[in-house]
Ligand binder design. Structure first.
Ligand code: NAD
Length: 449
């Protein structure tokens, strides 16, 4: 059986890959289990060197990986290059970790007490289709650095760069069985990883709905879980902000809106609304939507026909469409960037994660209402505050219930800083120095002297 991989910009099959099922998943877990004792015993400096080799090998193939990702996920080549650069950076960053996995010595009576961060064993990594290889790297790099072996299950729509990662890893010298990839359906391979008694942890990125299933399934074997789930982040724009910068459309239309950090609820202070909307319209209408491989493209198609239908349902006939950008005609899952205004925070388009190029503009008056609206959601992943008043910016940053927030910026993710959600946007953190804690258990050793 094979998986036909579709190129969203052309709707054509770009590759056929073997479709993994239960048997292949079990074989991958067995291989990872067999490889674990030797991998955890690799001297820290040698494990570092292997991860550095892997980073170099990925860098050597960066342009090919970026083109593959751009075609398979339908994202602009310039974005894909940035993502592959982050993959390389992520492996470099965690290559330093094996020699910095420090425990503590704790003063006690009658002896010496010390702690060790022990690897968990076989870790199951389940990733989505929107940022395929970069999200895989956020998991694979710290998991391997901490001494675990892994089974990575990419999304069935975008398995190609993860399959490449397995090959590049072996070529770079990772021992057989340390990094295994199973490309198959989530309901089969993903579910099996969650249930498998030999898998110690699941690190999952995907929808809140599937995240709930994973948390429930993992409970059966008391697996550790890290969940990076959906979002409905607020872009809070005060009237005193640099409104042209605040209206940057990448905040919500980056990756065609298929971004868990998309600031898809744009809260604008009443006094700045007219100026903001004029600027936003000018910028949205100039977004270049088209062929992901063209250098000038800023937004590609959606990932699939089903995704386009689901997203378009948030702007049906009669919806308050303020303006739209453009999109190509013909083959490809295209959808024009669309701005809905005015919208109430309780409207369906403002309450649910759309995961496509549709933004809602919501009016507010003053800090208190801004914070109340921003927090009136089950999610809490990311967001931005735009103002020239530094104290107000910090008060708002503390008031908004979210794992990541930027002031006068739309960035959410850096390799060296923690990323993850409050509320139903997830559990645990990825990236930054703390990620290793999620791939290790603390062992406390007491030595009577
Ligand atoms: P999804 O939840 O449908 O699938 C994610 C992964 O889970 C895929 O690999 C899928 O095959 C697998 N899966 C599906 N059912 C499963 C099951 N029962 N058991 C185990 N695995 C299963 O999500 P998606 O559509 O691929 O991605 C979009 C979602 O991901 C959005 O909700 C988005 O917000 C979220 N996301 C979150 C982050 C973050 O870091 N917080 C980042 C990117 C995407």
């Amino acid at each position: 059986m094979t998986l036909a991989v579709i190129e969203p910009a052309t709707e054509r099959v770009m590759a056929e890959v073997p479709r993994a099922g239960i048997e292949e998943t079990d074989a991958a877990v067995a291989a990872a289990k067999a490889a674990f004792p030797a991998w955890r015993a690799v001297a820290p400096g040698d494990r570092s060197a292997l991860l550095r080799h892997l980073a170099e090998a990925l860098e050597a193939e960066a342009e090919d990986l970026a083109r593959l990702e751009a075609r398979n996920a339908g994202k602009p080549i310039s974005d894909a290059r940035g993502e592959i650069a982050m993959v390389v950076e992520c492996f470099r960053y965690y290559a330093a970790a094996p020699e910095r996995l420090l425990g503590q010595t704790i003063p006690v009576t009658g002896g010496v007490d010390m702690t060790f961060h022990e690897p968990l064993g076989v870790v199951g990594l389940i990733t989505p289709w929107n940022f395929p290889l970069v999200i895989a790297s956020w998991k694979v790099a710290p998991a391997l650095a901490a001494g675990n072996t892994v089974v990575l299950k990419p999304a069935e729509l975008t398995p190609l760069t993860s399959i490449e990662l397995e090959r590049i890893g072996l070529d770079a010298g990772l021992p057989e069985g340390v990094l295994n990839v199973v490309a198959g359906p989530g309901s089969v391979c993903g579910k099996r990883l969650v249930e498998h008694p030999d898998v110690a942890k699941i690190a999952f990125t995907g929808s809140t709905e599937v995240g709930r299933t994973i948390a429930a399934g993992a409970a059966q074997t008391i697996k550790r879980v890290t969940l990076e789930l959906g979002g409905k982040s607020a872009n809070v724009v005060f009237a005193d902000a640099d409104l042209a910068a605040a209206a940057a459309p990448s905040a919500v239309f980056g990756n065609a809106g298929q971004d868990c950090c998309a600031r898809s609820r744009i809260l604008v202070e009443r006094a700045g609304m007219d100026e903001f909307m004029a600027e936003f319209e000018r910028q949205v209408k100039s977004i270049r939507v088209g062929d992901p491989l063209a250098e000038e493209t800023e937004m590609g198609p959606l990932i699939s026909a089903a995704q386009r239908t689901a997203v378009a349902s948030y702007a049906p006939d009669g919806a308050p469409v303020a303006f739209r950008g453009e999109a190509p005609e013909g083959p490809g899952f295209w959808l024009a960037p669309t701005v809905l205004a005015p919208v109430s925070n309780s409207d369906r388009a403002a309450a649910e994660e759309i995961f496509g190029p549709i933004a809602c503009v919501i009016e507010f008056e003053g800090e208190e209402e801004a914070a109340r609206l921003a927090n009136d959601t089950i999610y809490g992943l990311s967001g931005s505050i735009w103002t020239r008043d530094g104290a107000k910016a910090l008060r708002m940053a503390r008031a908004v219930e979210t794992g990541v927030i930027s002031i006068n910026s739309n960035s959410s993710v850096r390799v060296s800083t923690p990323f993850g959600g409050f509320k139903q946007s997830g559990v645990g953190r990825e990236l930054g120095p703390g990620a290793l804690e999620h791939y290790t258990d603390v062992k406390n050793v007491y030595y009577a002297t």
